[in-house]
Design a protein around this ligand. Structure first.
Ligand SMILES: [Zn+2]
Length: 336
C-alpha cells in the first residue's frame, strides 16, 4: 500500500518530533556539564543512564541452611542491614550499599568471579566471617524493634539510590574489604591478606575515635593466657614471666602490630588477634602480677572503608562517592 499525502505528513511530523526531543536531550546534558564544578568534570565515573538489567544472585542462607535466588538489589537490603548500623548517615549507608554490591558482583561467575568457596553453587554466603553478613527481615525486626519501619525505609533508600553502581578499577569490579572501626589509619591490604591490590593504600580515617567500638580490652589471668597458647601451639609459657616472653617485632605503616614473638614462636599479629579474640592488631600490653591486659584501638582488620569513618564523613557533608574514593584509591563508580 502506498502512503497517502496525509500519511507522509504524519511520518514527517513524527521524524521532526524525534529530532526535537534529541536536540533537547543533548542541550540538557551540556547544561548539566556546564553546572559542574571542575572537580566533578574531572571525575571519569561511568554512569550510563540505561535501564539496569535485573541481576540475580544465588545466596547460601546460613539461617535456614538453603541455597536461595534473590535479585541482587533485594539481597543488598539484607547485607546493609546486617553490616552497618541503620542509624548511620544516609551517605554512609549508600557507600556501604555500593561496597556490598561490588563484593557480590566481584564473586559472581558471570563477572569472572569464583563464587563462595565454602558453599557449592553459591555466589555468596550470608556469613560475616566469610563473604558478607546478610540478615532476614525477621532478624531486622528483632534487632530494630519499634524502629523497624524507619530503618528499613532508610536502607531501602540507600540501595535504591545507588541502584546498579559498583566500584571498578581498570574496568573490573574491585575486590572489596571493609571494616567496622579504624584505629585512625587504614591498613595496607597486603598486611592482612596475602595479595597486594593497587586501590588499597593506607589512608587516614577520621572520627573513629568518637565511637564506642574504638577502644577494646581483654584481660586474662597469666595462667589462662598461657593455657590458650599451649592449646594452640603446644608451647609452654611461664605464667610468672609473660612480659619477658612476649616481644613485638615490628609495626605496619598504620601503627598496628605486624609480627610478634611469643615463647620463641613468631606469629603474624593477625593470627595472634584471632587466638585471643582481640578487636584489632593495634595492641598494647599491660602486665600485672597475675593478669595480662591487651588494649586495642579500632575494630576489624582495618582494610578498606571504615564504617565508623564513613559515618563521620557523611556527618561532615561528604557524599557516598567522596567516602568510597577516600578509602579505595583510584576507583571509579560504574554500573554493572
Ligand atoms: Zn562465603
Amino acid at each position: 500500500m502506498r502512503p497517502t499525502g496525509r500519511g507522509i505528513l504524519v511520518i514527517i511530523t513524527v521524524i521532526l518530533m524525534f529530532f526535537s526531543v534529541l536536540l533537547q536531550l543533548s542541550g540538557k546534558n551540556e547544561e548539566d556539564s556546564q553546572n559542574k564544578t571542575p572537580e566533578e568534570k574531572k571525575s571519569d565515573d561511568i554512569i550510563i543512564e540505561t535501564e539496569t538489567k535485573e541481576l540475580y544472585i544465588s545466596l547460601y542462607n546460613h539461617w535456614n541452611k538453603r541455597l536461595e535466588t534473590l535479585t541482587l538489589e533485594d539481597y543488598l537490603i539484607g547485607v546493609v542491614a546486617g553490616e552497618m548500623p541503620a542509624s548511620y548517615g544516609m551517605e554512609a549507608l549508600k557507600a556501604q550499599a555500593v561496597a556490598a554490591r561490588t563484593l557480590a558482583v566481584y564473586q559472581m561467575p558471570a563477572y569472572g568471579g569464583k563464587g563462595c568457596s565454602q558453599h557449592e553453587n553459591a555466589d555468596v554466603c550470608s556469613s560475616f566471617a566469610h563473604c558478607q553478613e546478610w540478615i532476614t527481615q525477621n532478624q531486622m525486626r528483632k534487632n530494630w524493634g519499634s524502629d523497624f519501619d524507619e530503618y528499613f525505609r532508610r536502607i531501602q533508600q540507600a540501595v535504591e539510590e545507588t541502584r546498579g553502581e559498583i566500584m571498578t578499577y581498570e574496568g573490573r569490579p574491585i575486590e572489596v574489604f571493609y571494616h567496622s572501626t579504624s584505629n585512625g589509619r587504614t591498613e595496607d591490604v597486603s598486611e592482612v591478606f596475602s595479595n597486594s591490590l593497587p586501590y588499597y593504600s593506607s589512608v587516614e580515617s577520621y572520627g573513629d575515635e568518637n565511637t564506642s567500638r574504638f577502644e577494646g580490652k581483654v584481660t586474662l589471668t597469666n595462667q589462662k593466657f598461657a593455657d590458650i597458647f599451649y592449646s594452640k601451639y603446644g608451647i609452654k609459657l611461664n605464667p610468672k614471666k609473660l612480659s619477658s616472653q612476649i616481644k613485638i617485632n615490628g609495626y605496619t605503616k598504620s601503627g598496628r602490630i605486624k609480627e610478634i614473638t611469643v615463647g620463641g614462636k613468631k606469629l603474624r599479629a593477625t593470627e595472634f588477634r584471632l587466638l585471643y579474640g582481640l578487636n584489632s592488631t593495634d595492641i598494647t600490653f599491660e602486665f600485672g602480677d597475675d593478669t595480662i591486659t591487651m588494649k586495642t584501638k579500632g575494630f576489624g582488620h582495618g582494610v578498606g572503608m571504615s564504617q565508623a569513618g564513613a559515618n563521620y564523613m557523611a556527618g561532615q557533608g561528604y557524599t557516598y562517592k567522596d567516602i568510597l574514593k577516600h578509602y579505595y584509591t583510584g576507583v571509579l563508580i560504574s554500573r554493572y
